[in-house]
Write a protein that binds this ligand. Structure first.
Ligand code: ARG
Length: 405
């Protein structure tokens, strides 16, 4: 029998897919579950919930089931790049799911090589971006492997899939209640479907898990000091932390103030506009701080060029083009800019907002004696007159010719 490695979440669809791939495509399935810091799992160990997911895959008929703790790898190899790039798709979405798909695919390919599998599979539908991210990544790093997309192919709805599984005695997880489609990792949480599909309807409070409702948040401002070295956050309130733990800590503290809720209409790669709800308290807080510190530390022409590339970069990631030459080239540009991005940013958290209350840097370009209006002013005012004359000269020449209006 041919072997296939399936990205397994433990949910209904991928549980049914194990048997479906055997029946319809003659595959024996190796299930691969990736721990990216989804919440609801056993604290820190990556143990409890992930082990339950692993056993469920075997119960559903997988010949082998592996769990990969990829939390640090996700933080260091993927989220770190997003921080350096201030990456927000459409200026709003911190790319929670988009960042994870290339990593998941990389592990599917690794496990395929180790187990002699000739194919990998994902549980995406045909309407989303995630299928594109899985498959384009596979094309980039393992073009010899076949990619299967059972859910896109089988044409069953949720009830159909449950019935199909029950006929065969497959113990699929049927969680009643949640009408939402959720994806989650340490960089944030996404929610779609149900009432959220009405862009006019307010998202019900039950959609949220990582951010408190404003009525429940503290009535006092909380401050949090983030220390950056070479463009990456390295400490919270003076305490050094690995990136993976630092993100979790900031996420928890900002989430308690209701920071990081995003409600947006999103342009999907497949041409659809969809209503998306995100919760990214840590991401929003860290990106706000990082961007501010760059304003202090980057020379202005470089900063302007970087801002222009950031939107393009976020779009590449969103569109599944992580392992591509352009992405690599922009990474190189960004890497050149980051060594001077050092210092502390004091973030204030209150009632859903995270804002910069103060910043300082030994490599900063703020020069008090140039900026001040006080007596210590060292700015040469006499040079300004000539500067403005020449700066405005083309405009003046044009206006003389055209007449002023
Ligand atoms: N719309 C977001 C994106 O494309 C979130 C996708 C969530 N994925 C999921 N399978 N629920 O990145």
């Amino acid at each position: 029998m041919k072997r296939l490695v399936l990205a397994y979440s433990g949910g209904l669809d991928t549980s049914v897919a194990i048997r479906w791939l055997a029946e319809h495509k003659d595959y024996e399935v190796v299930a691969c579950a990736i721990d990216l810091g989804q919440q609801g799992e056993g604290e820190g160990e990556g143990g409890g919930e992930m082990e339950r997911i692993r056993r469920r895959a075997l119960d559903c008929g997988a010949v082998e089931a592996v769990v990969v703790d990829a939390r640090s790898e996700f933080a260091d190899d993927f989220v770190a790049s997003a921080i350096a790039a201030n990456a927000l798709y459409m200026g709003k979405y911190p790319l929670v799911s988009a960042l994870s798909r290339p990593l998941i695919t990389r592990h599917l390919v690794r496990v395929a090589r180790e187990t002699g599998a000739l194919a990998v599979a994902h549980g995406c539908t045909g309407k989303g971006n995630d299928q594109v991210r899985f498959e384009v990544t596979a094309m980039a790093i393992a073009p010899d492997l076949t990619v299967e997309a059972p859910i896109r192919e089988w044409g069953m709805n949720r009830d159909g899939a449950i019935a199909w599984a029950e006929e065969r005695g497959i113990p699929v997880p049927v969680r009643r209640g949640s009408p939402y489609s959720i994806d989650e990792n340490l960089w944030g949480r996404t929610a779609e479907c149900g009432i959220l599909e009405d862009p006019w309807a307010s998202p019900p409070e039950e959609v949220y898990e990582r951010s408190a409702a404003l009525v429940d948040t503290p009535d006092e401002v909380e401050e949090l000091t983030l220390t950056f070295a070479a463009g990456q956050p390295v400490a919270v309130d003076g305490k050094q932390l690995e990136l993976v733990d630092l993100i979790a800590e900031v996420d928890r503290r900002a989430g308690a103030h209701g920071v990081g809720r995003i409600d947006m209409l999103e342009d999907r790669l497949v041409g659809i506009k969809s209503r998306e709800i995100y919760e990214c308290p840590g991401a929003i807080t860290l990106l706000t701080a990082h961007r501010d510190l760059e304003d202090l530390c980057l020379e202005q022409e470089l900063a302007a060029e970087k801002r222009a590339l950031e939107g393009r970069y976020a779009q590449l990631i969103y569109n599944g083009l992580w392992f591509t030459p352009l992405k690599k080239a922009i990474d190189a540009f960004i890497a050149t800019s980051q060594p001077v991005v050092n210092g502390d940013v004091r973030m204030a958290l209150f009632k859903g907002s995270a804002w910069v209350a103060g910043r300082r840097s030994d490599s900063g370009l703020y020069d008090h004696d140039l900026a001040t209006y006080a007596a210590s002013d060292r700015f040469d005012h006499t040079q300004a007159e000539g500067f403005v004359k020449l700066w405005g000269l083309p405009t003046k020449v044009w206006a003389r010719r055209q007449g002023s209006r």
